[in-house]
Design a protein around this ligand. Structure first.
Ligand code: NAD
Length: 296
């Protein structure tokens, strides 16, 4: 099983990073988003990230140019996946929408293509059941920011063919990543462990135990975490965090995973974290040193 053409479906935070990493490694990438206005922003982000690598002398100018040439954007899904050997779906974290998307991908991608999802929490088996290609579905869960983070959870369903698993596992290694084999379960490993911590930090804030900066400082200095949990929630996206917690709550039938009130409140206000400029922190002055907001 060899890969040349990779289609990335969804060009948001994760999709543009996934496209960049494949393009930097010589793959032809077709990048699609349901909302066409997202595509120029995604390409601008990739350009900025490649330029940063060049200025840090981690990439030569000709390599950055070659990576950009490898990426083609598409506003038509059928065209975007027509040549695909592998489709990596990185659209919104919503089971209904992902199932509908996989149904379409099943119809439009070549029969040999492997369909992968970058979902954070939704069972790959559910997406597989929406298609007629049992055995060719897999989870390829990258981490944010994709060009920097080395881990990829490679998630197999009970049907995933061994050859498909081996090919995707090897592909992640070709990208310079460290793949880890994981079985299909809500939240897999990463988010089953991480999200309860983020939620507990938010519940701790709701309970008035400490402020935003104080909770983050405790976890950074006390636990040697590079980033506090509330800052990390902003970085991931509060919409993504709530969606994952709701999957864990429903699938594991445990209300302990119910999203904290402050997460729901920020989500309702459209404050999604870093990507929307506001979440637990305000990013409008200095995005690298955001200010904790006064939310009480
Ligand atoms: P995002 O909101 O930044 O991007 C999602 C993109 O999908 C948007 O550009 C949106 O326009 C597009 N989209 C929505 N519906 C679509 C459709 N039907 N077809 C194609 N595109 C569609 O979200 P994100 O953070 O990039 O998350 C994408 C996926 O990756 C989710 O499943 C999420 O759980 C997962 N993920 C996120 C992170 C993270 O830290 N943000 C980490 C790992 C995995």
């Amino acid at each position: 099983m060899t890969f040349q053409n990779i289609s990335v479906v969804g060009a948001g935070t994760m999709g543009n990073g996934i496209a960049q990493v494949f393009a930097q490694n010589g793959f032809k990438v077709s990048l699609y988003d349901h909302f066409p206005e997202v595509l120029p922003k995604a390409v601008a982000t990739i350009e900025k990230n490649l330029s940063r690598l060049v200025s840090k002398e981690k990439l030569r100018t000709d390599q950055a140019q070659a990576a950009l040439i490898n990426i083609q954007t598409h506003t038509d899904l059928a065209a975007a996946v027509a040549q695909a050997d592998l489709v990596v779906e990185a659209a919104i974290e919503d089971e209904g929408q992902k199932k509908a998307l996989f149904q379409t991908l099943d119809q439009q991608a070549p029969s040999h293509a492997i369909l992968a999802s970058n979902t954070s929490s939704i069972l790959i088996g559910r997406l597989e059941a929406a298609t007629h290609r049992k055995g060719q579905l897999i989870g390829m869960h990258f981490f944010n920011p994709v060009p920097m983070m080395r881990l990829v959870e490679v998630i197999r369903t009970p049907h995933t063919q061994q050859s498909v698993f081996d090919a995707v596992f090897g592909l992640a290694q070709t990208l310079g990543k460290v793949p880890v084999e994981v079985n299909d379960a809500p939240g897999f490993v990463a988010n089953r462990v991480l999200m309860p911590m983020i939620n507990e930090a938010a519940n701790t804030w709701n309970a008035g135990v400490a402020g935003i900066a104080e909770i983050d400082t405790v976890m950074q200095l006390g636990m040697a975490h590079p980033m506090g949990p509330l800052r990390l929630a902003d970085f991931i996206g509060l919409d993504v965090c709530v969606a994952i917690l709701e999957v864990l709550q429903t699938e594991l039938q445990n209300d302990h995973y119910a999203p904290a009130p402050i997460l729901l409140q920020l989500l309702a206000a459209g404050d999604l974290g870093q990507k929307s400029g506001r979440g637990f922190y305000d990013y409008s002055q200095d995005p690298k040193n955001p200010t904790p907001r006064n939310l009480r």
